[in-house]
Design a protein around this ligand. Structure first.
Ligand code: SF4
Length: 212
């Protein structure tokens, strides 16, 4: 292992201890391949699964693997053809056995910090699916909740706005202007400091740079 890999592993071990105190379960996955293997092993055959929009799920190969599994009932809103079907897919996601998402940031003491525009992703994180699997690259580790919010506004949201073709100040200038316009993707800020149901939230810490 090179020094960066050792650093990521050491950081992850500390975070996992803190996640445990917060009734969440952490796993360190050195590579995307390890994360994919762990994610699939946690997804039972015959179960119902959904996911939030995430570059990390794409980059790890988890999204493709879920779509390719024939033993799952996958709720995939990208297949919805009408606004009604999209709305139904969002609602059905709350009744799943497993919901996948990434996090915008995770603190060294095990708190997840997410900012969401629509709110469906953070809503499912908070309540609904029996199991929530959070997949994150170690590039999203920060020291404090304040650092997490700063990271989201300066590093995560601007490229996400560009990806989603949103007409926001951060997409135009690279800098957050605390906007409130129609295209803003920063509606809800959710800090998950504890899981109400022990073990419901599982966090896969991947020793690679993933997502925004
Ligand atoms: S400019 Fe708006 S969308 Fe962009 S990071 Fe700031 S609040 Fe979020």
């Amino acid at each position: 292992m090179n020094p960066k890999q050792i650093f990521y592993k050491t950081q992850a071990e500390t975070i996992i201890q803190h996640l445990e105190k917060r009734r969440m379960k952490g796993y360190y996955c050195p590579t995307c391949a390890d994360a994919l293997k762990t994610a699939m092993s946690l997804t039972a055959s015959g179960s119902t699964v959904s996911f939030g929009g995430s570059m990390t799920l794409m980059e790890t190969g988890i999204l493709d693997a879920l779509k390719n599994r024939t033993d799952l009932h996958l709720i995939d809103r990208s297949l919805a053809r009408t606004p009604e079907e999209i709305k139904q897919a969002y609602r059905d996601s709350f009744h799943t056995d497993t919901y996948f998402l990434s996090t915008n940031a995770i603190t060294m003491d095990g708190q997840l910090v997410n900012v969401d525009g629509n709110g469906n992703r953070v809503a499912a994180l908070i309540y609904g699916p029996d199991q929530v699997i959070v997949v994150t690259g170690m590039n999203k580790v920060v020291s404090t909740v304040e650092d997490a919010v700063r990271r989201i506004k300066t590093i995560a949201s601007p490229p996400n706005c560009i990806r989603l073709n949103r007409k926001t100040p951060c997409a135009a200038t690279g800098m957050c202007a605390d906007c409130l316009g129609d295209d803003c993707i920063c509606s809800q800020t959710v800090i998950t400091r504890r899981s109400g149901i022990a073990g419901r939230i599982k966090v896969l810490l991947v020793g690679e740079t993933l997502g925004y």
